[in-house]
Design a protein around this ligand. Structure first.
Ligand code: UN1
Length: 510
């Protein structure tokens, strides 16, 4: 593969300082025990605070205090806060994207796309601020009105992952804020600087529109301190994005205090390629979904289920395309595949490949580490394609790295059974020109995922559609038409203006 060597030590730290200043953060004010590193070189970019359990109590308390004021502000007026945040994000798109590149290793176009996704959800949330509607229903009793009203929940806790370090926060925060909640954000430990940058813009918007200061809180906390956060009874909703393992820890803790959760956990996304598929189009969709973001999206394409009649040709073409992908410095022009987030990720990628081979897989292309001499503390890998004899073992798991497992099928039913035959249920796709096949894939007997696409890949959803998945993916939905309801509680109101007291169900009493 062509490679782009990472920048000289110090270059990025300097660019990060400049970006932080532009976002309103004094880089000299950042101190503390936490080392914010870049996966591009492995170098330390800055040091930051690391909050404690005492900070959790204080921040959640301050957020709750702010909520008590914020809930009384009319929703369309609350929309002004999010509108201003969206404007500031638009103005500072490049600087925030630079932090995302530096910390998550995203290529420039994808980092800009991530900030665009924040701006998009701000737009949606501002419109939504005038549409937090309940329904009015006919009462069975004369002279009665039956209605539902939506109220804010309180403090919404957001736990986000390294791979979408700022967009996923915005999906939650933009809606939660117009709905009248206060938000406490616990970003990924590998993405504190991006979080500090995004939060600084929100804090500025809060000041400018005169919203209560405490309505947004940033909690820079590790897993242990995070437990105190999810256990705090004042956090009405915990919206958590990350691994299934994290979800298994968070969900029962919140459930034990009858709090609410919104979970966006792992995916093991597949695309079916039918014999009628437009292979040129499928090829591009597959390569973006599987190798883009270095395979580190929850929507990344991890399994390809190809009709046996086109499998050899398609796999060969994917392999050829993979060999042309430039791997390396994500801020260099032309790079398409940046680094893995950590050594642990690299080790997981190597283990998965070894297991795949043990389980009868054949590595068609990729898998090796590159730029070892140029960046000994960073982990760049060639996206891999592995043909597998079946779907047992490692294919059942989400490995957060660019590994595409290829399986073949003969009949569509078999392909759909393979597609659904994993514990996760986030995203799925079919490439076909046969309308009946596409409809079968989208039907109730088709894909069991939260996202089912036709003739596009599994990743890169837009915010207008509900985002989330079934089974081990956790069942939550963010963005989209009715996501706002997750951040509100519903009250049913029966109003009697009859002057009599007829009881429901015809009950007679007194
Ligand atoms: C994630 O990887 O956590 O659909 C979110 C997509 C993006 C969001 C991914 N819009 O790929």
């Amino acid at each position: 593969n062509p490679t782009a060597a990472p920048p000289a030590a110090g270059t990025m730290a300097a660019a990060v300082r400049k970006a932080l200043s532009a976002l309103g953060v004094d880089p000299d004010g950042l101190t503390g025990p936490h080392e914010a590193r870049s996966p591009i070189t492995g170098e330390v970019l800055a040091r930051t605070a690391e909050h404690t359990e005492a900070d959790v109590a204080e921040k959640v308390g301050a957020a709750h205090e702010a909520f008590l004021t914020w809930r009384d502000v009319p929703a369309p007026v609350r929309g002004n806060l999010v509108k201003r945040w969206g404007q500031l994000l638009t103005e500072h798109k490049a600087e925030l994207a630079l932090l995302v590149t530096a910390e998550a290793g995203k290529i420039e176009s994808e980092a800009l796309g991530e900030v665009q996704e924040m701006i998009d959800i701000c737009d949606l949330a501002v419109g939504q601020s005038r549409q937090l509607f309940g329904r009015t229903l006919p009462s069975e009793r004369p002279g009665h009105r039956l209605a539902e009203t939506w109220h804010p929940l309180g403090v919404v806790g957001v736990i986000s992952a390294f791979n979408f370090p700022v967009a996923v926060y915005a999906w939650n925060a933009a809606l939660a804020l117009v709905c009248g909640n206060a938000v406490v954000w616990k970003p990924a430990e590998t993405a504190y600087l991006s979080a500090i940058g995004a939060d600084a813009l929100l804090a500025r918007a809060v000041r400018e529109v005169g919203a209560p200061e405490g309505v947004r809180q940033l909690l820079l906390a590790d897993r242990v301190v995070g437990q105190a956060f999810v256990d705090d009874p004042r956090v009405a909703l915990v919206s958590a994005t990350g691994s299934v393992r994290m979800g298994r820890e968070v969900a029962p803790r919140v459930a034990s205090r009858f709090g609410r959760v919104l979970l966006e956990l792992g995916g093991n996304n597949a695309a079916i390629v039918a014999p009628s598929a437009d292979l040129d189009l499928a090829l591009r969709g597959i390569v973006f979904s599987a190798a883009g973001t270095a395979g580190q999206r929850c929507t990344t394409l991890r399994r390809l289920i190809v009709h046996s009649s086109v499998a050899d040709e398609l796999v060969e073409r994917i392999a050829a395309a993979y060999r042309t992908l430039t791997i390396g410095d994500p801020s260099a022009e032309g790079t398409l595949v940046g680094p893995l987030i950590s050594r642990a990720s690299f080790e997981a990628q190597q283990r998965a490949l070894a297991r795949a081979v043990e389980e009868g897989g054949e590595v068609v292309v990729g898998g090796g580490r590159v730029l070892v001499a140029e960046a000994p503390d960073a982990f760049y890998v060639e996206p891999a394609v592995v043909r597998m004899p079946g779907q047992a073992g490692v294919v059942q798991e989400e490995t957060f790295a660019p590994i595409l497992y290829v399986l073949t099928y003969e009949r569509l039913e078999e392909a759909i059974a393979l597609q659904n035959g994993v514990p996760q249920g986030l995203s799925s796709a079919i490439f076909t020109q046969d309308q009946a096949e596409a409809e079968r894939f989208l039907s109730s007997a088709g894909s069991d995922c939260g996202i089912a696409n036709v003739n596009i890949g599994t990743s890169g959803a837009e915010i207008g559609g509900a985002f989330g998945g079934e089974k081990e993916t956790g069942g939550g939905r963010e963005s989209g038409t009715d996501a706002w309801q997750a951040y509100m509680r519903r009250a049913t109101n029966t109003v009697n203006y009859s002057g009599e007291l007829p009881l429901a169900q015809g009950v007679k009493f007194l």
